[in-house]
Design a protein around this ligand. Structure first.
Ligand code: G
Ligand code: G
Ligand code: MN
Ligand code: NA
Length: 250
């Protein structure tokens, strides 16, 4: 309760901020876009990580309002980037269960002037399971506007393959837990190789998450992985003028 009152106040008080992490294209190592990751700049506790407040926001439904703030802020900030790269925004299953989600996204695109083809929404399989019959049509409609839809945390759930079969994702984000051991463990190597081949077969690009060291990158390159994201290239942060934004302080 207290946490939620505090978060409600924090939204009104502008205490949340978005950090951006580069997604890098291989083999050329050019930046392909950025993922927005929310943080809470708490007046006394400092910078609070999303794992410490997103679950409570989801349980209470406050994620709907926070998610609107996140989407609006990501679109506002990204529409000012001089490099005009795409921005990827994480969408909670609770947001997708809101029957007004699609109209809210459309409204946000309209009010921020964001080009829909520069917006990507990241969803997890928990968006589809349970009783949300409109997740699939909602995402189809957003896709028809030119918004890209990515499957996040691929390989961690129990129906990821069924989801790939039921929705035409634009990108698959292979979870960090499978990348962690990819330089060292033969089993992890085989799994990652199989996912790359799945991506080829479906003609969907695979993005490897949580790449931290060059040995992981070397294996991913050798397997033809086309996108990577992780501390190796950069931690999430405020974008500086030199990075991406025009007239925006870092
Ligand atoms: O940024 P970090 O790695 O600490 O994020 C931890 C978790 O919080 C990840 O699962 C990530 O998807 C989630 N998360 C981060 N930012 C957002 C956001 O803007 N919206 C939602 N719904 N989840 C987020
Ligand atoms: O679940 P999702 O993929 O949206 O969350 C991504 C999370 O992973 C973010 O919290 C981000 O800060 C974190 N992250 C991104 N790259 C790395 C990395 O290389 N190492 C670690 N440990 N975490 C990472
Ligand atoms: Mn994500
Ligand atoms: Na992930």
């Amino acid at each position: 309760r207290r946490m939620i009152d505090e978060m409600r106040h924090a939204i009104a008080n502008d205490e949340f901020e978005l950090h951006y992490q580069a997604q890098v294209r291989l083999p050329d190592e050019e930046i392909d876009g950025y993922e927005a990751l929310v943080r809470w700049r708490h007046p006394t506790r400092g910078l609070v990580a999303p794992n410490d407040f997103i679950p409570a926001a989801e349980q209470t439904g406050l994620i709907v309002r926070l998610g609107e703030w996140i989407l609006r802020t990501a679109c506002t900030e990204a529409s000012r980037w001089a490099n005009a790269l795409p921005v990827a925004v994480n969408i909670s299953p609770v947001q997708l269960a809101d029957p007004h989600f699609v109209s809210k996204v459309k409204e946000t695109l309209r009010t921020t002037g964001m080009d829909p083809s520069r917006l990507e929404l990241e969803v997890t399989e928990s968006c589809f399971i349970g009783d949300n019959p409109w997740a699939n049509p909602a995402l189809q409609e957003l896709k028809s506007l030119g918004i890209a839809i990515s499957m996040d945390d691929f390989g961690t759930g129990y129906s990821s393959l069924a989801m790939l079969n039921s929705f035409p994702f634009d990108k698959i984000k292979l979870d960090k837990s499978l990348i962690d051991q990819v330089h060292a463990n033969p089993k992890a190597k085989s799994i990652v190789r199989a996912v790359m081949s799945l991506g080829d077969a479906l003609d969907v690009p695979i993005l490897a998450e949580g790449v931290e060291i060059v040995e992981q990158l070397d294996y991913l390159r050798a397997e033809g992985c086309s996108l990577v994201q992780g501390y190796y290239y950069g931690k999430p942060g405020r974008l500086t003028v030199a990075d991406a934004s025009a007239g925006e302080p870092s």
